[in-house]
Design a protein around this ligand. Structure first.
Ligand code: UGA
Length: 432
């Protein structure tokens, strides 16, 4: 099939490349000329394991193309995916849909034959209706169909999540288009992915409800972890103990810092905003947002206790600063709250991240990037394991640090407390 992906951010680029790898002809369009030039040379704008190889392979075999010419790319395609950003609006909690609507206007000028227009971006319920209205102003209704096909890719695991999805959701009010889209996904469905066909609004809501539910699950275990810490219980036992109940499930029950990234914080706010418009109070999700927003403060309070209330001049090392492992994404990472706070309190901070230096900390006092784990850990009073990169899972602290006074705050519960303690270091984890 001939596909056009509008927007080469996370969603558009990963989905476009994967669709081309499944044998489709795909044009990825972006208005950013530099980005497109770079992609043509195999320079990838985001860090995502496996993506570069797939881009090079499919660009070489010409199933994957890159362009800045939106109109031509739409004209050449049968299916057009809208994959532009839907960030939180300034001074509001709702999603900013300006990019979606401006793309819809562009599409309406370039419909030369029947096309299915799909939102892959995360968009609030009724956005498909709005896009349909915009298109109808210029084009006859029998020339297009608007569908919703939410994506469930995780950064760092995006290619695997695309190829082996738990489910493919298609929301369409038109049966013919739903069948066409099912065919597009048939290579994945035949490998075991479940296919769900719903009306358009339901598909839009499935995406938000999924992210809000996962955020709730994480927040739930984080609060249980707070209780565990006081009651001398290891939260890891609780995660296993409840996760084995198939009705609960074991995934997304890892206690840690506040959830971050470009999706959960934004989407939890946006679903509450949508519900408010329908005069529905999503009190559970509101409470999740509130709990998560207080989490970094709670963890910083613990840092203060670990350092016996003397943060000034203490050498603190952060291992990992991105919002999670296997990504270079800093958006809504809890380190963005923790590091500036500790710097303000007079700590000397070194951080190491496998994805390198972060401009977000460049103007902070006494915050420096270290080139290796060893350099970061050396001379520290406290090591904070902030992200769960594999690189951090078997550090020989004894080799890197001579003093027994080293304290380790393992915010991802990577290490066995007993093992670390047996090496003579002081260990603190989350909910244990
Ligand atoms: C999330 C969803 O998992 C994807 O299904 C969805 O497609 C994506 O948002 C999106 O809407 O585009 P992502 O933001 O990449 O994916 O990251 P996650 O792996 O879900 O992690 C989000 C946050 O939750 C991170 O801060 C992570 O550290 C935290 N987390 C996750 C935990 O603290 N505990 C867990 O058990 C799992």
């Amino acid at each position: 099939m001939k596909l056009c992906m509008i927007g080469t951010g996370y969603v558009g680029l990963v989905s476009g490349v994967c669709f081309s790898d499944l044998g489709n002809e795909v044009i990825c369009v972006d208005k950013d000329q530099d980005k497109i030039n770079n992609l043509k040379q195999g320079i990838i704008p985001i860090y995502e394991p496996g993506l570069e190889e797939l881009v090079l392979k499919n660009y070489k075999n010409k199933r994957l193309k890159f362009s800045t010419n939106l109109s031509n790319s739409i004209k050449k395609s049968d299916i057009v995916f809208i994959c532009v950003g839907t960030p939180t609006k300034k001074n509001s909690t709702g999603a900013d849909l300006s990019q979606i609507f401006s793309v819809a206007k562009e599409i309406s000028k370039s419909i030369n034959k029947f096309k299915i227009i799909i939102t892959k971006s995360t968009v609030p319920v009724t956005t498909g209706d709005e896009i349909e209205k915009i298109l109808s102003k210029k084009v006859n209704k029998n020339k297009f169909s608007v569908a919703s096909n939410p994506e469930f890719l995780r950064e760092g695991e995006a290619i695997r999540d695309f190829i082996y999805p738990d489910r493919v959701v298609i929301g369409s009010n038109d049966k013919k288009s739903a069948t066409k889209l099912r065919n597009l996904y048939s290579p994945l469905i035949s490998k075991g992915a479940k296919f769900i066909s719903t009306n358009r609004r339901a598909a839009e809501l499935i995406k938000y409800a999924s992210n809000a539910f996962l955020a709730t699950k994480i927040t739930f275990i984080n609060e249980i972890a707070n209780l565990c810490e006081k009651a001398q219980i290891d939260v890891e036992d609780i995660s296993i103990g409840i996760g084995l109940d198939k009705r609960i499930g074991s995934r997304f029950l890892r206690a840690g810092p506040a959830y971050g990234g470009s999706c959960f914080p934004k989407d939890t706010k946006a679903i509450v905003n949508t519900a408010d418009k329908f005069k529905i109070n999503l009190s559970v999700i509101k409470s999740v947002i509130n709990s998560n927003s207080l989490r970094s403060k709670l963890l910083l309070k613990k840092v203060n206790e670990i350092l016996n209330k003397k943060i000034r001049n203490k050498n603190i090392c952060f291992l990992g600063v991105t919002f999670k492992a296997n990504t270079d994404d800093m958006r809504d990472s809890s380190s963005l709250e923790m590091i500036p706070f500790l710097s303000k309190k007079g700590a000397q901070i070194k951080y190491y991240d496998p994805t390198g230096f972060k401009k977000e900390f460049s103007n902070l006092k006494n915050v420096n990037f270290a080139n290796s784990i060893g350099e970061a850990v050396k001379g520290s009073d406290l090591v904070i394991l902030h992200t769960e990169w594999n690189d951090f899972k078997s550090i020989n602290f004894k080799k890197l640090h001579s003093s027994k006074n080293l304290k380790i705050y393992d915010m991802r519960n990577i290490y066995s407390p007993l093992k670390i303690k047996s090496q003579g270091f002081k260990y603190f984890g989350i909910g244990r």
